[in-house]
Write a protein that binds this ligand. Structure first.
Ligand code: ZN
Ligand code: ZN
Length: 399
């Protein structure tokens, strides 16, 4: 009897497993979650056919943020003193050589985050931190706690009320520091322990606003530059570094997005320019001027060198992060002037797989732009006045 040696036998068994994996159906699902401008309503849309699969009545028009995993969405309603949380119904399970896609109904969770005026939601190191502008308190929890039955977040009270933020980094938080006079701009940032202990001095970052993470580094916008927070070695607190933007001319960074597979940040720089920030470069800033004022911008998590910027003339621009050049533009919507109130209904962007999804409140539609050709693929109507938007989804095995 011929018997293969054990190691070869094992190899064959693994090969057989892989074959069964390859034979498993691959499926791809994307969902859009759209906040209404007029009503307290979030609508869940199946990207495949534009159909509404669920709608969730909440208290007011929400700002929407998604978790890193895409499992949950935060509908921030500052004036109502709460954040509603939606389970997107899309989860991925890591199976080593592949991942499974698990799809269920989207649902509004019973667990919600309450406070006086909760605003910025920041995720890092497996923790989510919500800053309450009305109290200065920070609420900390994990996504799985939120999805479970015994939600018991931790609350820290590191300082006075202000429009602030807290960024979780390992066992530390980088938090904004207000001026003693609430009429004055925020002073800067400091590091505290997640147990509330003091861990460092104030790093000046006047008027600090906006944050993003890329490859474990956080960046924060200041009136005079950008502060980078780099994780400390061996359990040490993160190190804060201030990079001045003075040489870039008029403007400052107050909104940031962080690259996923490339380490960079893209920030606004005044109303009609952007800045690409590369933390490890000797020359960390590249300014990109836009033809008109910016309405919204987003990064592409798959095509890592792509950023998309919508300007008030209704043009959608493809910015190549590597070259710093706008390489393509198309007329995506009608014009939306940036004059008027900042909360007037204007388009917002999200990337869902191979498409950029744009809310077009004036026409009550969602426009889908193909990212490979930068042409409109299709559009569909949604009820109400579509405004804020996030996308979740991806592909995985379905056994
Ligand atoms: Zn599997
Ligand atoms: Zn803010």
């Amino acid at each position: 009897m011929h018997r293969p040696p054990l190691s070869l036998f094992t190899a064959l068994a693994v090969a057989a497993l892989c074959a069964s994996t390859a034979a498993a159906d691959q499926d791809s699902v994307y969902r859009l979650f759209i906040g209404d401008h007029a009503d307290g309503m979030v609508r869940a849309i199946d990207l495949a056919d534009g159909s509404e699969i669920a709608s969730f009545a909440i208290d007011q028009t929400p700002a929407l943020t998604r978790s890193t995993s895409g499992r949950t969405i935060f509908a921030v309603q500052g004036d109502a003193g709460k954040i509603a949380v939606i389970d997107t119904g899309i989860a991925f399970e890591d199976h080593g050589d592949h991942r499974d896609l698990i799809v269920s109904d989207a649902r509004l969770l019973n667990n919600e985050i309450t406070g006086t005026r909760p605003a910025h939601v920041v995720e890092g190191s497996g923790r989510i931190a919500v800053f309450d502008d009305g109290t200065g308190d920070v609420t900390l929890f994990g996504e799985s706690d939120l999805l479970g039955d015994n939600f018991a977040p931790t609350t820290l009270s590191p300082g006075a009320a202000h429009h602030g933020l807290a960024a979780p980094m390992g066992d530390y938080l980088v938090i904004s520091v207000p001026d003693a006079d609430p009429e004055q701009p925020r002073l800067g940032l400091r590091v505290i322990g997640i147990d509330g202990s003091d861990a460092g001095d104030i790093m000046p970052c006047p008027g600090v606003h906006g944050q993003a993470q890329s490859a474990r580094v956080f960046a924060f916008g200041c009136r005079d530059g950008v502060v980078l927070a780099t994780p400390g070695e061996g359990g040490n607190p993160p190190a804060l570094t201030h990079l001045p933007t003075g040489e870039l001319g008029e403007g400052h960074v107050s909104t940031l997005k962080g690259g996923t597979s490339l380490q960079f940040f893209l920030g606004n720089f005044g109303a009609d320019a952007m800045v690409i920030i590369e933390p490890d470069s000797d020359d960390p800033f590249r300014r990109v001027d836009l033809p008109t004022r910016r309405v919204d911008f987003v990064l592409d998590p798959v095509r890592a060198q792509n950023a998309y910027i919508l300007t008030e003339d209704g043009q959608l621009h493809l910015l190549n992060i590597l070259t710093g050049q706008i390489t393509q533009s198309l007329q995506a919507t009608g014009p939306y002037s940036m004059d008027g109130h900042w909360r007037d209904p204007r388009p917002r962007l999200a990337v869902a797989g191979d498409h950029i999804a744009i809310t077009d409140p004036a026409t009550g539609t969602i426009r889908l732009i193909a990212t490979d050709t930068m042409t409109e693929a299709r559009e569909f109507a949604v009820e109400g006045t579509p405004y804020t938007i996030v996308a979740v989804g991806g592909s995985g095995a379905v056994h």
